[in-house]
Design a protein around this ligand. Structure first.
Ligand SMILES: [Zn+2]
Ligand SMILES: [Zn+2]
Length: 137
């Protein structure tokens, strides 16, 4: 069990059970914005016996405590991000993977009279891997 995760969960008012710590560590380590099912299946493969409901409730708690963010892209499935750095998301229409897109600076000169509470920058198209596959065929 990683010590810094325990401290981080505590700092967010979350009781750091070993299941919660494992699920958070998985979210941080995975760069592909997993869904509840992705997390559940990956941890099951590792030999963890968490139920799907445990994963769902844990993710819901992390969202409530602002430990992770939902990724809003055109998809029916809710996906999650543990990264707090400002970045956009690119979703591949072919394989449905979500990639982080670094953003240097966002100009909001035209929106100064509004109070912005949330920012989502999303792109979609075909990822590099799928482009390569298409050429090989
Ligand atoms: Zn792709
Ligand atoms: Zn992201």
């Amino acid at each position: 069990m990683k010590h810094d995760t325990v401290e981080l969960l505590k700092a967010h008012g979350i009781n750091p059970s070993s299941q919660r710590v494992r699920i958070y560590d998985y979210l941080v380590a995975s760069k592909d914005h997993p869904s509840v099912d992705d997390i559940f299946l990956a941890l099951q493969k590792e030999g963890h016996l968490f139920s799907r409901a445990t994963v769902y409730n844990t993710v819901k708690l992390f969202l409530e405590k602002h430990l992770i963010r939902p990724v809003k892209v055109a998809s029916n499935e809710m996906r999650f991000d543990a990264s707090h750095s400002f970045h956009g998301h690119f979703r591949c229409e072919a394989c449905d993977k979500i990639f982080d897109i670094p953003i240097e600076e966002l100009s909001l000169d035209g929106a100064t009279e509004h109070q912005i509470q949330e920012t989502n920058v999303s792109f979609s198209g075909i990822c590099a891997e799928c482009l390569k596959k298409g050429k090989d065929d």
